[in-house]
Write a protein that binds this ligand. Structure first.
Ligand SMILES: Nc1ncnc2c1ncn2[C@@H]1O[C@H](COP(=O)(O)OP(=O)(O)O)[C@@H](O)[C@H]1O
Ligand SMILES: O=P(O)(O)OC[C@H]1O[C@](O)(COP(=O)(O)O)[C@@H](O)[C@@H]1O
Length: 434
């Protein structure tokens, strides 16, 4: 991780990455045959598509590669950075905080790092949660703990007030760790900052246990949660197999996307049905299939992503503080439907219901996620120090890239029922297929 960034009072401007940069032509077209060494890091791109059909035109959509830059926009000695964590918990939040602090203070020699308390609430001066000072000592051992030492929250804050706060505190770099809601909030702040002409960088590190952030093949914490969920499925299998016509029913997190349920199902190899929001399921068809399965094997395991089957339940218009739809308990509903269906069929079943809920997301990150946190956090600091703003760190073909926040608004990422996640270039033209 050693690099030698240079700060000279430089010609760099703070750079909002708009979609124009994302769509920029590849540098290869202008510097043919020079080899990679002749490009500056800002010119390196990661191709959007890595598979091409013969005869199809080679598209040149590409992301800017993340990483350390030779020239810095900010003078490290004048950097007052702040970190905020928003939305639901996710394994690895503390790892990201710790690495951002280390990278800023140890490697760049930044002046000061603040921790914003309880999400965007802590940026609202009208709410009494003053920031805390983050030093290498205070964050030294936090990566062993789940959760976030800063606290988190949902709920809207006035963008003008939050930017006033950044300005009055002299914060010139804000790292927002959060999901799609956090990204929308960060984008709104970046726009207000641009309007006021302030040299403040807003850089996001994507966080979501649901793994549903666009332009990010995998978010940190996801594999940790999947490993926990896999164990629950395995236990459900043991319970189901131990009795006649046992049904192990497992409900897992996944508001709009079934990535956790699908990945844990495949990892476990013990589930017979995996029901995800992306595939509408007819309850009757499912119950008849379950009947067939029980007749053949005398036990079954069913995994359900919590956002699934909301249409089965009484409609609820309720939302949480951030405006996310509140979910009905589809797991309890399914358990009841299974019991009622088999009672009518005069077929005895024994349903064992598992709802691990927050259990899979409130733990510390496992090694594979700790590594990802480390990569995301360092890339975020490099981007901010170079003066990039209104962007987040994406993960594309296992390369960290810079993605304009503007591109992440709208629908979140979805599992492809057809198999491997396949993302069409049409996603850019509005006809999304996630
Ligand atoms: N359009 C928006 N403008 C400003 N803030 C937003 C917007 N959407 C969401 N937020 C804020 O972002 C924060 C996190 O959002 P939330 O949906 O709770 O979690 P996540 O970021 O994990 O999706 C909340 O404080 C929420 O109010
Ligand atoms: O009860 P909370 O904290 O609002 O969280 C519940 C929701 O948070 C999630 O874990 C995802 O949250 P984020 O989008 O904030 O990462 C969902 O799977 C779940 O429905």
């Amino acid at each position: 991780m050693v690099h030698q960034p240079s700060y000279e009072p430089s010609d760099l401007a703070i750079q909002t990455l708009g979609p124009r940069e994302f769509l920029s032509p590849l540098p290869m077209s202008t510097k043919q045959g020079d080899g990679i060494g002749s490009f500056t890091p800002d010119e390196l791109r990661v191709l959007y598509e890595h598979r091409f059909l013969e005869g199809e035109p080679l598209n040149s959509l590409a992301f800017e590669l993340a990483g350390a830059r030779q020239k810095l926009f900010f003078d490290p000695q004048k950097v007052k950075a702040a970190i905020v964590t928003c939305g639901g918990l996710c394994p690895g939040l503390n790892n990201v905080i710790r690495t951002i602090v280390f990278e800023l203070l140890y490697n760049y020699g930044a002046k000061e790092v603040l921790g914003i308390r309880f999400g965007y609430r802590g940026l609202n001066p009208e709410v009494a949660h003053p920031p805390i000072s983050l030093t290498c000592d205070t964050v030294d051992a936090i990566h062993h703990q789940g959760g976030t030492i800063l606290g988190t929250s949902r709920g809207h804050q006035d963008v003008k007030l939050t930017v006033n706060f950044l300005e009055s505190e002299g914060i010139n770099m804000l790292f927002c760790i959060g999901g799609d809601g956090t990204q929308r909030g960060a984008h709104a702040m970046a726009e207000e900052i641009k309007k006021r002409g302030l040299p403040i960088a807003i850089v996001n590190v994507p966080k979501t246990i649901d793994n549903d952030i666009k332009f990010c093949h995998r978010t940190f914490g996801f594999y940790t949660a999947v490993a926990e969920a896999e164990q629950v499925i395995d236990r459900a299998h043991v319970e189901a197999k131990s009795v006649f016509n046992g049904v192990g029913l497992v409900k897992l997190m996944g508001r709009e996307a079934g990535f956790i349920a699908a990945a844990a199902t495949v990892a476990s190899g013990e589930a017979n049905f995996c029901i995800v929001p992306e595939v509408p399921v007819d309850l009757k068809v499912f119950l008849n299939k379950l009947k067939k399965r029980l007749a053949a094997r005398e036990h079954a395991v069913v995994v359900l992503a919590e956002g699934t089957g909301q249409h089965w339940l009484e409609g609820s218009d309720q939302c949480d503080a951030s405006g996310n739809r509140k979910l009905g308990d589809s797991g309890s509903f399914l358990r009841q439907q299974i019991n009622e269906f088999f009672a009518k069929e005069d077929m005895p079943v024994s349903v064992k219901y598992f709802d691990p809920s927050y259990y899979i997301r409130s733990l510390a990150a496992t090694a594979v996620d700790s590594l990802l946190c480390e990569r995301f956090a360092r890339a975020a600091v490099h981007a901010a120090m170079a003066g990039k703003t209104d962007m987040f760190i994406g993960l594309w073909h296992d390369q960290l890239v810079h993605v304009p926040l503007e591109l992440s608004t709208g629908m979140t990422k979805r599992l492809s029922p057809e198999g491997e996640l396949w993302i069409s270039v049409q996603a850019l033209t509005g006809q999304e297929k996630w």
